[in-house]
Ligand binder design. Structure first.
Ligand SMILES: Nc1ncnc2c1ncn2[C@@H]1O[C@H](COP(=O)(O)OP(=O)(O)OP(=O)(O)O)[C@@H](O)[C@H]1O
Ligand SMILES: [Mg+2]
Length: 258
């Protein structure tokens, strides 16, 4: 067990009716790292993320985030903890009736008693951080490209200067170049803001370029955990197919010769 873990999941069991999605899963996320979570579609990646942030109930096990055991925390402690993380959800990232600016300001309004002018300045600062401009601030979500939508969602996740950012498939639906740009942005933000990133992704490229460590989810458990090199050595059938399949092998070669 790593002592520098900011997220500690132990023996987690999550299910719906008869379906067990996560069975006795344990995972550490270390402070300051970008951890990539991979797994087949329906393997429970989003369920794990949503359980960690308290949106889904668990049947067994413990979850500790930033030193706080979620079962021990009272309502007030929970709310204080929620301000210390930001989330980019896989679906329905933005409020469609609010402008970009209002979307980014939403968590700020909820949590801080700030003047409108300061709120505007803060929203603009967050938008600039993710590569958007003041001109984008008054647009509505329907007027944004896919890549811009992801950036606004990221700006909103960063609204309260979180210590941990949870990202669920941040590059899905983007073309490879935009996805690469987004990975680079996440890397830069993680380094400059010194945040920890928990990133669910299907994107092999992201795992290679953005992540410090990877955890692979299969059969309701973490079946391999470590840097890419560890993934390449794994004997688990799913991990093997995923990382040593055609695209995986190509990326591994590129890396080797770089
Ligand atoms: N609220 C819910 N109620 C019932 N079943 C659920 C719920 N949320 C998720 N599930 C089920 O849990 C399983 C895992 O879903 P999850 O969304 O975590 O998959 P995933 O690994 O994120 O897949 P993808 O890569 O396609 O996003 C699925 O079988 C899904 O139907
Ligand atoms: Mg998912």
């Amino acid at each position: 067990m790593a002592d520098d873990a900011v997220i500690k999941v132990r023996d987690l069991l999550v299910g719906f009716g008869d379906q067990i999605v996560l069975g006795h899963l344990s995972l550490d996320v270390r402070g300051g790292e970008i951890l990539g979570l991979v797994g087949g579609s329906g393997s429970g990646k989003s369920v794990l993320l949503r359980t960690i942030i308290g949106l889904l109930p668990k049947r067994h096990g413990s979850i500790e985030v930033l030193g706080v055991d979620l079962d021990q925390a009272n309502e007030q402690e929970r709310r204080a903890l929620e301000r210390r993380w930001g989330v980019l959800f896989q679906q329905g990232a933005l409020f469609s009736s609010l402008t970009v600016r209002q979307n980014v300001q939403f968590p700020m309004r909820e949590n801080l008693g700030l003047s409108p002018r300061l709120l505007d300045e803060m929203a603009l600062a967050k938008l600039e951080m993710v590569g958007l401009t003041a001109q984008d601030a008054d647009k509505f979500p329907s007027e944004l490209s896919g890549g811009m939508t992801k950036r606004v969602a990221l700006a909103r996740a960063l609204a309260l200067d979180p210590e941990i950012v949870f990202l669920d498939e941040p590059t899905s639906g983007l073309d490879p170049i935009s996805a690469g740009d987004f990975d680079e942005l996440i890397r830069t933000l993680q380094q400059t803001l010194e945040i920890t990133v928990f990133m669910v992704t299907h994107d092999l490229e992201s795992l290679y370029t953005a992540c410090d460590r990877v955890a692979a989810l299969a059969d309701g458990k973490v079946v391999a955990e470590g840097p890419i090199a560890t993934m390449l050595e794994s004997e688990h059938p799913w991990v093997k197919t995923y990382f040593q399949g055609k695209r995986g092998a190509m990326l591994a070669d590129q890396r080797m010769s770089a």
